[in-house]
Design a protein around this ligand. Sequence first.
Ligand code: NAD
Length: 302
Amino acid sequence: MVALVTGGAGFIGSHVVDALLERGYSVRVVDDLSTGRVENLTSDGRLEFHRLSILDDAVKSLLEDVEEVYHLAAQINVRYSVEDPVHDLRVNALGTLKLLEAAKDLESFVYASSGGAVYGEPRQLPVPEEHPTDPISPYGASKLAGEKYVQLYHYNYGIKYAILRYANVYGERQDARGEAGVIAIFLERLLAGKPLIIYGTGEQTRDYVYVGDVVRATLLGRRCSSGVFNIGTGKETSVNALVDIIREVTGREPEVEHAEPRKGEVFRIYLDVTHAREELGFTPEVSLREGIARVWEWFRSR
Ligand code: NAD
């Protein structure tokens, strides 16, 4: 089997690549290294790396013998999407559309979407897939546009798809410079002896899901008979609770500073994951405590 992974040099994508290689796939990675790193890629004879934008016409020729596409390449920075919404739209929506155009004869298309961004301010918790989609950032709008094109190509050309709306993913290889990864940021700052900065009261909540669980869900997505799935834990954790867990797991006492709450962020969100459990057979296995312990070890060993 040959799979193409866009964004395969990134945080989640590189773990998807590893999982595919473990299952005996040959894997072709397309990544422009805008945030990804070649160091994230394992050296393996069955792995081909192409430093290329998904907007480049050359991607089409890389799809010739591919059976499955995992589309994770994206502009993922919410604040940057506000500063340059046109670039964000080009990569996330036009990039997805160009890939679909090149892949319309394929069997399976897995699209990494964002549960934190496409719903907007939750009207009910946990948030089910049927919840209205009212993004409050250009990033949310462009990821949602990508979803719509995926579904359109299913309707017009019969591509089987899984749209996976990931919650807040954390794990090894997450870039602490990225704004989405509060766990990576906190652990890196703790290791460097710097204070942890909490925006607002710290009572805001998120659904933190370990990257290994997300990868399992992503591979389960390739065999489904098309649909939209929340991928998270179904549990909410406040930033203050996160700091408590970090204190327990690391045995260190973090210094905490408070700053003004950030605009454009929802206050509480966690995802209803019933659909993924029933249709994909997905249940998250790694507790937040265990996951944080693994990431802490990873940061310390670097
Ligand atoms: P990441 O930044 O580590 O990975 C994105 C990858 O895409 C990077 O390797 C980057 O170099 C590559 N890329 C960006 N623009 C590209 C382009 N034009 N052409 C080719 N490659 C390009 O981020 P991540 O956290 O691993 O995110 C992966 C996917 O998961 C994204 O689609 C993101 O929207 C989605 N997602 C992530 C989270 C999270 O919590 N990390 C949550 C919800 C959804």
